[in-house]
Design a binder for this molecule. Structure first.
Ligand code: C2E
Ligand code: MG
Ligand code: MG
Ligand code: MG
Length: 272
């Protein structure tokens, strides 16, 4: 942009850019300390069955309580964690903490729910990934059949053969795999044909205007129908209103998640 605006513009633009990269560097340095300093925590958002209207799963969502900045959004720090590779140790901590939480709820006699954990492409490509998952399952005693890993299409894009092999290994461990944010990114029906997955999460982009925009309603219906034809369970994300719930329910969506039911909450608040 600076170039297009001429030489002088470059000088005006640079200070802002420096400020931004300084901010980025500061955040990066702070993120290095976040895990050992105990600043990371998980919130859990209920996922509700449309048929029974009860909670069947919890999605673990990472939060960072920065000493000065307060709660930093994953949108702001997950990309940094991915670029620096910090997502690998942080992701292991997330999986372990979610599994431990699951055990704690079971031990307290809570009705069993599935635990859903996000995995980024960088983690999935890590050579230790499958061993890490095995290790965490063993050390936490998590029932593999109650764990779902959420992956995005970007994981499947770059390394097809290895991706398929990894997904099969995960499912041999007894886990389920969900395709997160489906319909955004590089959506290709070819992925659905090739990749062994169990669940599809419809991105909230399609849910947001579903009761106002017939095109969104048509796309959501098509995604649900494709999912069902392939034997997948379909989860609607970002359901904020009764109208959105009704639209998705009428189209046969199996599970839903969103502020209409509950925002992500602290572990202590989840059972209620
Ligand atoms: P995601 O996996 O698609 O998670 C759903 C996001 O939608 C969450 O944002 C959740 O708070 C938000 N959400 C839920 N219901 C509603 C709703 O009704 N309306 C709206 N507007 N938003 C809703 P959050 O927690 O900020 O996380 C953002 C993204 O960061 C996640 O998207 C996921 O891609 C990533 N992320 C979060 N935790 C982790 C993690 O532990 N590991 C990795 N690798 N990524 C994570
Ligand atoms: Mg997710
Ligand atoms: Mg999502
Ligand atoms: Mg997302």
């Amino acid at each position: 942009r600076a170039k297009a605006e001429g030489r002088n513009a470059f000088q005006l633009y640079q200070p802002a850019m420096n400020a931004r990269s300084l901010e980025h560097l500061a955040l990066e340095a702070a993120l290095h300390r976040a895990l050992p300093a105990g600043e990371l925590l998980l919130h859990y958002q209920p996922i509700v069955s449309v048929a029974g209207c009860h909670t069947v799963a919890a999605e673990a969502l990472l939060r960072w309580r920065h000493p000065d900045l307060g709660l930093v959004s994953p949108a702001d720090f997950i990309p940094i964690a991915e670029d620096t590779g910090l997502i690998v140790p942080i992701g292991e901590w997330v999986l372990r903490t979610a599994c431990e939480q699951h055990r704690a709820w079971s031990a307290a006699g809570r009705p069993p729910v599935r635990m859903m954990v996000n995995i980024s492409a960088r983690q999935f490509r890590d050579h230790d990934f499958i061993d890490m998952v095995r290790r965490v399952l063993r050390e936490t005693g998590m029932v593999p059949g109650l764990l779902t890993l959420e992956l995005t299409e970007s994981i499947l894009m770059d390394d097809t053969c290895q991706g398929i092999a990894l997904l099969e290994e995960l499912r041999m461990l007894g886990l389920r795999v969900a395709l997160d944010d489906f319909g955004t990114g590089y959506s290709s029906l070819g992925y659905l044909k090739r990749f062994p997955i169990d669940e599809l999460k419809i991105d909230r982009l399609f849910v947001r205007d579903i009761d106002r925009n017939p095109r969104d309603a048509a796309l959501a219906a098509a995604i649900i129908s494709i999912g069902h034809s392939l034997g997948l369970r379909v989860i609607g994300e970002g359901v904020e209103t009764a109208a959105q719930f009704d639209m998705l329910a009428a189209r046969g969506c199996d599970l839903m998640q969103g502020f209409h039911f509950s925002p992500p909450v602290a572990a202590e608040a989840f059972p209620a």
